[in-house]
Design a protein. Sequence first.
Length: 267
Amino acid sequence: MRISFFCFVLSLSALLVQSPVAGAQTALSVVGTGDGLEMLREMGDGFSKAHPEIDLKIPPSIGSGGGIAAVSSGTERLGRVARPLKDSEIEYGLVYLPIAKIPSAIFTHPSTGVEALSSEDLKKLYAGKITNWSELGGADLRVRLVRREDADSTLQVLRNTMPGWKDLTFSPRSKTALTTQDAISTARDVQGAIAFGPYSRPLEEGLNVLKIDGNHPTGEAYPSAVTLALIYKDGALDGEMKTFIDFSQSDQARSLIRNYGGVPVSN
């Protein structure tokens, strides 16, 4: 009986040693917004090749707010956000480090037959005043509106920069996507769908990325963009974090940002 109990204690101890909860943090996870996710993952691949000794993770989106909460609480060391920090968040001792500007793109399912819109027509679409793509010279197809929640970073930028969006009331028939990936997937899968989100070159594959007032999202005259930034707690910067931050500002990372349609930010 004593031998069996002794074996049980040894087995339990071994499990506790192997448990990730019992041990210290091993992976360096960069958590938060879905904006620029594909770009960051590509950056992460380049970083991992250059620094195989660091276990870097770029997990799916939990939103800018989720990233801020995780870093503020100490659950994670690095976060990614697509909006400026609020005063109440800065009080947690968070450091905000912008790395790229990403245009806020409007995109549709190819079935719409529309590749460009005026900002006025875009406003009418989301207000529900235009309900069929044929009204805009496109297909005889019902408009399927996809929006984001009010706190979404892309929506906030559009409200502040896209003509007519500051006081825009969305049609009650619009669907609210909870993540950037959900908005993109809906636009890819649903005929007649129109959605918005951060621009990346992969959006051009299988979607119509619209010109607005004649300007493509990568053009200098395009009005709307979000700033992608890393965040961490002041005084908590360790060697692994600094190595990734330095990489995010390297020539290799800047070139990758440009390849994805973003604009590197100098610090």
